[in-house]
Design a protein around this ligand. Structure first.
Ligand SMILES: *Cc1c(COP(=O)(O)O)cnc(C)c1O
Length: 494
C-alpha cells in the first residue's frame, strides 16, 4: 500500500511567523479608495488566536494526504457483518443532490411539493410490496428509531383496544443490541428467549414465555448469525394465539428482498434500514433511515405527518391524524436517503433486486466454505448474506482454552495491513471469538478470492509467526490505539 506512514498534526507543521496568505499594503496608487476597515469593537483584543502557522501548500497537502487515510466502500472491501456496507451507485448521489429535492421546505404549500410527496408515496408503496406489508411510514431516522416506532405501533394497538396488561416483549438472545434497547425506551419489559445449538429460536423455551401480558415478539430473519429462522410460521402462530403481534427487524433484508416477504411469513410490523439494504452509504453514525411497515388494520397508527393522495384535489397532501401514535420526527424523515433508495429501487426493478439478494447469499457462502478449514465454523450449513466464525481453528493457534491463543482481534488488526476493513468482531455475543463477515453482492470474484487468500495466510502466520500477528497492523498510520480510552476520554483538540 502506498500510504504516508506517519501523518504529523497540522500544529506540528506550524512554524512561527509563517503565513498562508499575503495581501499588499499598497493600493496600486488608487489612494482615494480607502481599504475597508473592520469596526474597532469587532477586532480581537487579546493575544492572536492560537492557529497553526503554515503556508497554503503545506495546508493543502496535509488535508489531501489525511483524506487518503479514510477507509470507505469506495476505497476497499468492507465486509462488516450486520452492516451491509454495500456500494452506493453514483447516480443515486446525483439524483439526491438535485435542487428540486434539496431546496424545498416541507412547510411550503403542498402544491409546490408534489414531486417530493410523489416520491415519498411511491417509495412507501414499493417498500410495502417488497415487505409484503399494507402501508409504510418513511419518517424514522434510523433502524433503531424504526424499531421504537414499530413498537409504539404495537403498544398503541393494544392500548386502543383497552388491553393494558401487555407490558412485555419477547426478544431472542441473538438479537441486535438495539432490539432490547428500543423496547426499553418504549417502556416494555424484555423477556429473553434462548437460541438452540443450531442458532435459531428455541421453540420449547418460547412456549414457556407466552401469556396474556405479551405485547409481541421481535425477530430478525435471517438472524444475526446469518441463519434463516425456519420455524417462523409456528412462532407467529404461537405469538398470535396469545394475542401478541410479530415484529420483524428488517435491517438484514438484503438476502430476502425480492425473494420472500416478512408479511407472508406472519409478521405484523417491520422496519427496513434504507442505509443498509437500499444502498445509502453509512458509517460514523449516519445519516440513516428506518421506514416502518404495517399489515392492514394498523396503518392508522403510523406516525404523523402521513402522506396520502387527495382524490378530491387530485394531488398529494400531508395530514396530521388524531389516530396516529403522534410524531417521531420533524416532517418526513431524512429525505435525501429516501431519494437514494428510490433511485436504487427504480434502477434495479424486481428482477434485479432478487438477483442482488441471491448474489449476497452466494458470496457469503463462497467465503465461508473456502475458509472453514482455517477458521472455526460453529454452525454448519447454508448461511444467508453473512456468517460467523468463532476465531481461528485450534490447529492454527485459535484454541481459546490456551491463554496465549491467537485472537480474533489480532486477525482483524492484521487484515488492515492488506487494505481490507475488518469484519465485525466479538458480536454476536454467543461465541468467544466471534468474527462476522458480510461481503454483500457487489464484490467481484477476484476481490473475494484475494480476501480469502489473505485470511488463509493470516491463519498460517498465526500458527508459524505469532509475534507478527500480535504486533499488527504494521502498515497503518496508527497501529494499536487504546480504543477503550479513546471512547472514555476522547480528546479532539491539540
Ligand atoms: C444495523 C441493525 C440495527 C440498527 O440500525 P441503526 O440504523 O444502526 O439504528 C438493528 N437491527 C439489526 C439486525 C441491524 O443489523
Amino acid at each position: 500500500m502506498n500510504r504516508t506512514l506517519y501523518a504529523p498534526l497540522i500544529f506540528e507543521l506550524s512554524r512561527k511567523g509563517r503565513e498562508g496568505y499575503s495581501l499588499p499594503s499598497d493600493n496600486l496608487g488608487q489612494d482615494k479608495y480607502k481599504p475597508c476597515q473592520l469596526p474597532a469593537h469587532l477586532l480581537r483584543q487579546e493575544a492572536p488566536a492560537s492557529l497553526p502557522e503554515v503556508d497554503e501548500l503545506t495546508a493543502a497537502r496535509h488535508y489531501t494526504n489525511m483524506s487518503g487515510n479514510n477507509f470507505g466502500v469506495d476505497t476497499g472491501f468492507y465486509p462488516l457483518g450486520s452492516c451491509t456496507m454495500k456500494y452506493n451507485p453514483k447516480i443515486n448521489e446525483e439524483v439526491a443532490a438535485l435542487p428540486g429535492f434539496t431546496d424545498v421546505h416541507p412547510a411550503q404549500p403542498t402544491e409546490t411539493l408534489q414531486g417530493s410527496l410523489h416520491l415519498y408515496h411511491h417509495l412507501a408503496a414499493m417498500l410495502a410490496e417488497v415487505g409484503g406489508m399494507h402501508a409504510f411510514t418513511l419518517n424514522p431516522y434510523a433502524g433503531a428509531h424504526g424499531e421504537l416506532t414499530g413498537l409504539m405501533v404495537i403498544r398503541t394497538y393494544h392500548l386502543r383496544r383497552g388491553d393494558y396488561k401487555r407490558v412485555k416483549i419477547i426478544v431472542p438472545d441473538s438479537a441486535h443490541g438495539t432490539n432490547p434497547a428500543s423496547a426499553a425506551v418504549c417502556g416494555l419489559q424484555i423477556v429473553q428467549v434462548k437460541s438452540t445449538a443450531q442458532g435459531t429460536v428455541d421453540l420449547e423455551d418460547l412456549r414457556t414465555k407466552l401469556g396474556d401480558d405479551i405485547a409481541g415478539m421481535m425477530m430478525t430473519n435471517p438472524n444475526t448469525l446469518g441463519i434463516f429462522e425456519k420455524d417462523i410460521p409456528e412462532i407467529a402462530r404461537l405469538v398470535h394465539e396469545c394475542g401478541g403481534l410479530m415484529y420483524y427487524d428488517g435491517a438484514n433484508l438484503n438476502p430476502m428482498m425480492g425473494v420472500c416477504r416478512p408479511g407472508d411469513m406472519g409478521f405484523d410490523v417491520m422496519h427496513i434500514n434504507l442505509h443498509k439494504t437500499f444502498s445509502t452509504p453509512h458509517g460514523g453514525g449516519g445519516p440513516g433511515s428506518g421506514p416502518v411497515g404495517v399489515r392492514k388494520g394498523l396503518e392508522e397508527y403510523l406516525p404523523n405527518p402521513q402522506v396520502y393522495f387527495d382524490e378530491v384535489e387530485q394531488q398529494y397532501a400531508m395530514r396530521f391524524s388524531k389516530e396516529a401514535l403522534g410524531s417521531i420526527s420533524s416532517w418526513l424523515g431524512n429525505f435525501g436517503i429516501l431519494v437514494r433508495a428510490y433511485a436504487y429501487l427504480l434502477t434495479l426493478g424486481h428482477e434485479h433486486i432478487a438477483q442482488a439478494a441471491k448474489l449476497s447469499v452466494l458470496n457469503a457462502n463462497y467465503i465461508k466454505e473456502q475458509l472453514k478449514d482455517y477458521y472455526e465454523l460453529p454452525i454448519e450449513g447454508l448461511c444467508k448474506h453473512e456468517f460467523v466464525f468463532d476465531g481461528l481453528r485450534a490447529e492454527y493457534g485459535g484454541d481459546h482454552h490456551d491463554p496465549d491463543h491467537a485472537t480474533t482481534l489480532q486477525v482483524a488488526k492484521r487484515l488492515l495491513d492488506f487494505g481490507f476493513h475488518a469484519p465485525t468482531i466479538y458480536f454476536p455475543l454467543l461465541f468467544h471469538e466471534a468474527m462476522m463477515i458480510e461481503p454483500t453482492e457487489n464484490e467481484s470474484k477476484e476481490t473475494l478470492d484475494r480476501f480469502i487468500e489473505v485470511l488463509k495466510n493470516i491463519a498460517i502466520e498465526a500458527r508459524d509467526n505469532r509475534e507478527s500477528l500480535r504486533t499488527a497492523p504494521h502498515c497503518t498510520p496508527i497501529s494499536r490505539p487504546d480504543d477503550v480510552k479513546a471512547v472514555r476520554e476522547p480528546r479532539f483538540k491539540f
